[in-house]
Design a protein around this ligand. Structure first.
Ligand code: CTP
Ligand code: MG
Length: 219
């Protein structure tokens, strides 16, 4: 069974507000992209990696992979306008015979190996997809026009992270069918069964300066 990883790093990082795209902002002396790229390349579960870079940043991404000795990187392609477009661009480079595709946000640099193991393990149990998640600490309400429409049952809610793993043909079909804020939602909309596995606090997505400082402390 071959497992391929698509590392999406093509976002602009507008909320971080640096001059360069978020994937190339410094973290521990290297571009932020380096940490997740190295971890995927070193993962015993992963056979090949496709990097989706910000348009115009493919060359620096390839040079970074070479500098890290990331020998599993098979392709580096420019991303699209939305995250889903970027995932599509990356998945298009994954060999047809790949059994599993995991999609990871470069904005989550600290990727623990055991999370990858849990995601792949759930796919081995027959699920179409598997996503790491954490329980939600706050009460969550659905709001319409500033007025509470509903208070959601907290024990049924989770906050999802990446890497999200999928049976490869299931992900390809879902990507052809629609748009969504994460890959799992596309697979769900297409009738796929997605398993939740335990996430990890360290998979924090770097959005702001403060996030960057927190993550730097975990390297
Ligand atoms: N991403 C991508 N292509 C896009 C948008 C996002 O590959 N068109 C990637 C980002 O590089 C990131 C992940 O999807 O690794 C999650 O996106 P987010 O955290 O929102 O990053 P940005 O879109 O870069 O940040 P911002 O929304 O603040 O501009
Ligand atoms: Mg974004």
């Amino acid at each position: 069974m071959s497992v391929w990883a698509v590392l999406v790093a093509a976002g602009r990082g507008e909320r971080l507000g640096e001059e360069r795209p978020k994937a190339f902002v410094a973290l521990g002396g290297l571009p932020l992209l380096a940490e997740s790229l190295r971890r995927l390349d070193e993962s015993e579960w992963v056979d090949g990696v496709v990097v989706v870079a910000p348009p115009g940043w493919e060359e620096p991404a390839i040079l970074l992979a070479e500098e890290l000795g990331a020998s599993k990187v098979a392709a580096c392609v420019p991303g699209g306008e939305t995250r889903t477009d970027s995932v599509r661009a990356g998945v298009a480079e994954v060999p047809e015979d790949a059994a599993v595709i995991i999609v990871h946000d470069a904005a989550r640099p600290v990727l623990p190996e055991d999370v990858v193991g849990r995601v792949i393990g759930a796919l081995g149990e027959g699920f179409d997809g598997a996503v790491p998640a954490l329980p939600v600490a706050d009460t969550v309400k659905r709001v319409v026009g500033g007025v509470v429409a509903e208070t959601l049952p907290r024990d049924e809610l989770v906050a999802v992270q990446t890497p999200q793993g999928f049976v490869a043909p299931v992900l390809r079909a879902a990507l052809a069918a629609g748009e969504g804020s994460d890959c799992a939602s596309l697979v769900e909309q297409n009738g796929g069964r997605v398993r939740i596995v335990a996430g990890d606090e360290r998979l924090l997505k770097v959005t702001t300066r403060a996030d960057l400082e927190r993550v730097a402390g975990w390297l």
